[in-house]
Design a protein around this ligand. Structure first.
Ligand code: ACO
Length: 217
């Protein structure tokens, strides 16, 4: 399947609410099955609250799909965040405690607080990418890079001063570095533990850290 893809024929377009069903279908196969937080805690399937959260970003016009001959081959889901984001994430993690999504939000709250982009960059809003997925038969061809570049361009058009990403995967982290993003924070997965010291999320090798990156737009 991958050999048949003409890289020049890939078009990146802004996704809309009408794309919800096909976008989620794509993310199930090419994002959630490998995304380190999703596979690093039980149950293996993504939480419905996680899926609904991703889809809730569509009305902002901040999500994109990479298309080839009418087929989705990549996607990026981003949305706005405000300076109270870390507090909001801690509250949501507490409200959803005991669920998979609550556990993931707990980690994202810590990295949001520690990256502290609003104070460090003196901004009052940011565009944050929540998910990037590329067709698993087409990895390593810089399609992810094109998706991130399109999201950054969209953020610039919409007046966002910065673009941030919590890279849960070493592959997305490599991509951000190559694109000139600045590393704000690195948290080892072994640091995310419960009151008894038990590690809460255990992504498979080679994913050891969640790294937060920022790009000024
Ligand atoms: N195995 C080994 N290396 C890989 C793989 C893989 N499956 N996928 C990408 N890479 C490497 C590439 O070789 C490249 O490394 P290099 O800079 O040393 O050459 C780097 O990762 C990025 O390659 P790209 O071609 O720019 O990106 P790609 O189009 O392959 O997409 C992505 C990268 C989106 C991370 C893809 O691997 C993917 O969909 N993964 C599953 C979902 C996921 O984990 N998403 C990221 C979570 S973090 C977030 O969403 C914000």
């Amino acid at each position: 399947m991958s050999a048949a893809v003409d890289m020049d024929e890939i078009k990146i377009s802004v996704a809309t609410v009408d794309d919800s069903e096909r976008l989620l279908k794509f993310l199930h196969v090419h994002y959630y099955r490998e995304e380190p937080l999703t596979v690093g805690c039980e149950p293996p399937e993504p939480d419905a609250a996680d899926e609904n959260f991703l889809l809730s970003n569509l009305p902002h016009g901040t999500c994109v799909m990479a298309m080839h001959e009418g087929r989705i081959i990549g996607a990026g889901v981003a949305g706005p965040k405000m300076p109270d984001e870390a507090d909001h994430l801690f509250e949501e993690a507490e409200r959803l405690a005991g669920s998979k999504w609550g556990c993931i939000l707990g980690l994202l709250a810590i990295v949001e607080r520690d990256a502290n982009v609003f104070q460090r960059y003196n901004v009052n809003k940011a565009l944050h990418v929540h998910a990037i997925g590329v067709d698993s038969s087409l990895r390593g061809r810089r399609i992810g890079e094109r998706i991130v570049t399109a999201l950054a361009a969209r953020g610039r058009e919409l007046g966002y001063p910065v673009f941030t990403s919590d890279c849960t995967s070493v592959y997305s982290a490599r991509m951000m570095k190559r694109l000139g993003f600045e590393l704000l924070n690195r948290m080892p997965y072994t640091d995310y533990v419960d009151a008894a010291g038990k590690q809460l999320i255990k992504p498979p090798a080679p994913h050891e850290f969640v790294e937060t990156y920022v790009l000024r737009l």
